[in-house]
Design a binder for this molecule. Structure first.
Ligand code: BG6
Length: 298
């Protein structure tokens, strides 16, 4: 597989690696950024735009093994989010992050960004994932229901992005002030908008509803602001496992929780996507980084 990929995509700035467990990844090194994507799950595991520290968080305890999700980066959740509603033996967050995706295109854009296109099938859907590694990280998950499908179908999706932060207790997240949310750490209660930026002060697992807004993660210690802009997404999830839940996760270091927060571009619950045969939907997240002072207004 590795040789075939090297021959087919012999492009400056692009290389391929295989780890000791057989997982294959594509590595990007361009003037705009460095990055990496594993073909299992079409999983973006790193992105570092030129002039900045790494933006995505990865656990030191992550498995990089066939059939196991990578802890960090950007897992793709599809066709359901969280545990499966009717069969809890099925994998959490669906099949997409566990299965192999095929690289079908790679090209260097005029901006210096590297654009990769990947595809897979999760019956009855056909999925494509387009990711542009540049001074922004642009990811689009497109889901198509073929014309010959027997019936309409619905699904949930998420670009479950883990961000690296100086200390989650000192960051804030703006953009979700007007949105009500489901509080998964309080009996999944529906709670009203808080009208203030989010501060993480305990285990946090919230699905913000009916929100198309950009989010801005302000990290004053690291003097940077990360913007998550989105299209085709009506839900945003904010997650930090805090102390006890970190200890319960085998692939998450007990002391790692202060260094990360997830802001997930999603379509969940009542915002699940419904497709008729022949229809498609795209969920896009665009991530950019700025020095804090230049990014104070949404
Ligand atoms: C978040 C969910 O998106 O993902 C959390 O809201 C969940 O409830 C977390 O714990 C991690 O999920 P997983 O399956 O990768 O451990």
């Amino acid at each position: 597989m590795l040789n075939e990929l090297k021959q087919r995509f012999s492009i400056p700035g692009l290389s391929f690696e295989q780890n000791h467990n057989g997982l294959v990844s594509v590595v990007i090194q361009s003037a705009a950024c460095t990055g990496e994507l594993f073909f299992q799950g079409a999983h973006v595991s790193s992105w570092r735009p030129f002039g900045h520290e790494p933006v995505l968080w990865l656990s030191q305890k992550s498995n990089y093994e066939k059939g196991k999700p990578i802890r960090g980066g950007v897992p793709i959740c599809f066709p359901w989010f969280g545990p499966n509603a009717s069969n809890t033996t099925l994998p959490a967050h669906g099949f997409a992050r566990l299965q192999e995706w095929q690289l079908v295109g790679a090209q260097q854009k005029n901006s210096g960004a590297m654009e990769l296109s990947l595809e897979t099938t999760i019956d009855p859907f056909r999925l494509s994932f387009q990711v542009e590694f540049g001074n922004e990280l642009k990811m689009t998950l497109k889901t198509m229901l073929p014309q010959n499908a027997m019936s309409s179908q619905s699904y949930e999706d998420a670009l479950h992005t883990y961000f690296s932060v100086s200390d989650v207790r000192t960051i804030s997240i703006r953009g979700l002030e007007p949105a009500s949310f489901i509080d998964k750490v309080d009996d999944a209660q529906l709670k009203p908008a808080t009208d203030s930026p989010i501060r993480i002060e305990s285990e946090t697992d919230r699905v913000y509803l009916d929100t198309q807004s950009d989010c801005v993660l302000e990290d004053t210690q690291w003097k940077r602001a990360i913007r998550v802009a989105k299209l085709g997404s009506a839900s945003t999830v904010v997650w930090n496992p805090w102390i006890d839940k970190s200890k319960r996760m085998a692939d998450f270091g007990d002391a790692e929780w202060p260094g990360m927060v997830c802001i997930e571009t999603a379509n969940i619950g009542d915002s699940r996507i419904r497709l008729s045969p022949g229809e498609s939907h795209s969920t896009t997240a665009v991530i950019s980084v700025d020095a804090l002072s230049t990014n104070r207004n949404l």
